[in-house]
Design a protein around this ligand. Sequence first.
Ligand SMILES: C[S@@+](CC[C@H](N)C(=O)[O-])C[C@H]1O[C@@H](n2cnc3c(N)ncnc32)[C@H](O)[C@@H]1O
Length: 370
Amino acid sequence: MPGIDRRGTAGPHAGITCGAGRVEALVGCAQSGIELGAMHETLIDILVCPACRGELSWTVAERDGGDLLEADASCQGCGAGYPVREGIGAFLTPDLLREDLWEETHSELTGYLNTRPELRARLIDTPLDELEPVDRFLRADYLDELGDVAGAEQAGRGAREQLYTPELWELWNECLDRMVQMYSGHRGPVVDVASGRGTLAELMAEGDCPLIVATDFSVWVLRRSRRRMQHKGMASRVSHLVVDARRTAFGDGSIPVLVSHVGLGNIMEGVSDALSELRRVCGGVLLFSHAFFSPDDPVHAPIMREFGHPLAFLEDATQALRAAGWDVEILINRRVPVKPTPTSKLVPEMTVDRIPLAEAELDGVLIRAR
Ligand SMILES: C[S@@+](CC[C@H](N)C(=O)[O-])C[C@H]1O[C@@H](n2cnc3c(N)ncnc32)[C@H](O)[C@@H]1O
């Protein structure tokens, strides 16, 4: 979870313009037989205008096999336009405030290193076995941002796990495995909400789901996710759509399975709207993992209360879900110790997560809502 004190907005369709260099890189990919992955054309049947829910009419400029690499959708009702560029469809409305904390945090690292060449060289050139896990993680993140997916994989291998307590890591793996097992082979579409770096979407793709839709309101995060999936050869199973969970582009009841791994807790504003919106589009089940602080936690509970997030505590979350029309079932619920992620040795003051602020316990849960 990123910090809760940082604000900022990302405009609609930010960064999705197609620079010439990038296009050449994509053409290179196609020629070398790497799976590009693009927006599955079948999704057209379930997509509506996120602003007015009007019907969309489509103009396709370029395909990858049957799927859409470059296209434009135009709303028959309100006239709003939505582009598909480099295989990623962008369906944001201009009116919602967006705090793209992940892009801010990661761009902060990149910007910081780009203006400090000596530090950058130390992070990149120090032999991996001499780096602390947190610095291996930062190196991986920096390389991933630069598009060096293989270098990032190598640098980050085994590092992320070491930033968290083994109990928390084990719990998240159990939640992820359960979600994958439950919907392995499901014909889909399985929509991953607040997909972020795509941990869950990747596992779903490996678990034999032929149509996963990774959604996030950050273009930046989805471009990185798609690049990683191309590298791993699973891009053809995953569509990437820039969608805000508070106002999606999916038709009523059109999605049989919605999943999210520590995604809903990262929706900082309008979570209740998101829960109602997901209820509207869900034709089956919503399955998500989440972590709750105890209401008695002396350090974190007051902060969470002040912030007023509807999913801060288990009881509030259950109420918020019910108020949005969901029946709630808790499939996994385990209390685990957590500790602050370590501070970097090389890049001063850089930490991975801003909470927890102190050692604490979290109730990690897997919730099924219908
Ligand atoms: C911790 S990440 C999720 C991790 C991810 N699910 C995984 O499997 O690796 C949280 C994500 O939530 C996204 N997010 C926050 N608010 C959102 C919203 N209103 N709609 C869609 N995505 C949102 C952020 O951009 C970020 O990428």
